[in-house]
Design a protein around this ligand. Sequence first.
Ligand code: AMP
Length: 118
Amino acid sequence: MPGVDDAPDCLFCRVVAGQVPATILRSSDRVLAFRDVNPQAPTHVLVIPREHHPDVGRLAAEDPDTLAELVREAAQIAADEQLDAFRLVFNTGSDAGQSVFHVHAHVLGGRAMRWPPG
Ligand code: AMP
């Protein structure tokens, strides 16, 4: 399986390894959730797999069980944050706004959301 050694310069692999500080909310054998450093909503949490996969499509193909766990964790965070509604976003590719190529779900909530996103 891909792991931190396969992406030594990956920012989120370094968060997983404890080399970059993060405000961690939830942690399991496969998944980590931490607050985004540049929040775009009152709740803005990132949920990532511990192992390195570059985007959600690759994660779905390579480890669907972890993708399912990641989504369950996102829903649990929304419940813990007492959100009536939330948005779950996987930016995929540079043109879609992905800047960190270690798959992450954005859990956004606590304010009204517009559609379509910009
Ligand atoms: P994306 O643009 O979809 O790839 O999202 C990357 C997210 O990572 C952005 O929302 C950043 O604010 C966030 N981010 C970058 N560095 C850190 C960090 N060290 N800890 C927490 N969030 C971060």
